[in-house]
Design a protein around this ligand. Structure first.
Ligand SMILES: [Zn+2]
Length: 351
């Protein structure tokens, strides 16, 4: 199936992300930004559309038309003292006294901590027949953005796994270009949960094409869910289907599944600065676009976005996708399904 793409130079360049091999500019997190891409159709999955037009057939369990991959990056579980004062002041300024008080309480007890919300997230998703992936960081004191000790979460992580949700690694700042760091973090998380993990997403969506995929494969991951833009929602390489990446340097596929990212919470409201109505219209539009291609829409909703209007927005997405009969599930389930079915003829392609 992928062979067909090679005959279409324009789509092949988009699919392989040729322009990212020698970027003229990167942002301060060494990310290739959407605004720099020559592909101005980021909101249209051009490559997936081409594959569907040329015979790609995808099916999902229970004859669902499309899938939604729900994910949560766990960056912060506790506010630092300075952050706590800042967040409390922000909430007070907005008249949210309750939230301000809860931020204070979170220092006293985990049960009162609004960010310690895995149970609530799972409960909410279950209500809509969904499940998801939680990507946890396995950093050590002194690492940039270190916020919690993964060893302290053993009980919670096992509860998440026992409920049927997925635990994956949220790689730290350096992991995307440091294979030793990536392996170290993976091992640390695996030691805590006592089982192998297969899923990955890098913090800040830091990613280097194609090297990060190669590192992930070598570290033993089965899939990645980093590949999207931080500064714009949509389809970074024109795909709304999981795929095996093609390395233009070695001229070979990399044996890892990419489940491309479509929407991140902060992309809608911070990077793109949309208001609620615009964000909702765009989200619905993306859902329908993916549905038409029988693709997978991948969403990041942080545990820090689970209150107020952000929580309502997330619940609206669940409600809406349930009404559209989406298969809402974790990256792990999508990965297993994709590997089992090989819709893009992956095995053939790898040989
Ligand atoms: Zn993160």
């Amino acid at each position: 199936m992928i062979e067909l793409l090679k005959e279409n130079e324009n789509l092949w360049d988009i699919f392989t992300r040729k322009e990212e091999y020698d970027p003229p500019l990167l942002d301060k997190f060494q990310r290739f930004p959407a605004y720099l891409s020559k592909n101005r159709n980021i909101l249209e999955p051009k490559v997936s559309e081409f594959l569907i037009q040329n015979g790609l057939k995808v099916k999902y369990p229970d004859d669902r038309e499309f899938a939604v991959c729900l994910t949560h990056d766990i960056d912060i579980l506790r506010f630092s003292k300075s952050k706590m004062v800042y967040e409390m002041a922000k909430s007070l300024k907005r008249g949210k006294f309750g939230k301000s008080f809860r931020i204070f309480l979170n220092q006293l007890s985990e049960r009162l901590n609004p960010l310690w919300n895995f149970d609530q997230i799972m409960y909410l998703e279950k209500k809509y027949g969904a499940k998801s992936s939680f990507y946890f960081m396995a950093l050590e004191k002194g690492d940039t953005d270190y916020n919690y000790r993964i060893k302290d979460l053993k009980k919670e992580l096992n509860q998440i796994i026992d409920s049927g949700w997925e635990i994956g690694l949220h790689g730290g700042h350096e992991a995307f270009h440091d294979p030793d760091m990536m392996k170290k973090e993976k091992e640390l998380l695996e030691n805590v949960i006592g089982k192998q993990i297969i899923g990955y997403r890098n913090h800040y969506l830091r990613f280097m094409v194609p090297t990060t995929w190669t590192f992930l494969k070598e570290a033993g991951f089965e899939y990645d869910a980093t590949f999207g833009y931080a500064d714009c929602v949509g389809f970074r390489n024109g795909m709304c289907h999981p795929f095996k990446p093609f390395d233009l340097t070695t001229k070979k596929c990399i044996d890892i599944l990419e489940i491309p990212l479509t929407i991140m919470d902060s992309t809608l409201f911070e990077y793109m600065r949309l208001d609620l109505e615009e964000a909702w219209e765009l989200t619905k539009w993306l859902v329908h676009t993916v549905e038409k291609c029988h693709g997978v829409l991948t969403i990041i909703w942080h545990n820090t976005s689970m209150d107020g209007f952000m929580l309502e927005f997330y619940e609206e997405i669940l409600k809406y996708c349930q009404s559209q009969r989406a298969w809402m599930t974790s990256g792990e389930e999508i990965c297993k399904w994709w590997k089992k079915n090989e819709f893009l003829g992956e095995r053939q392609k790898m040989e």
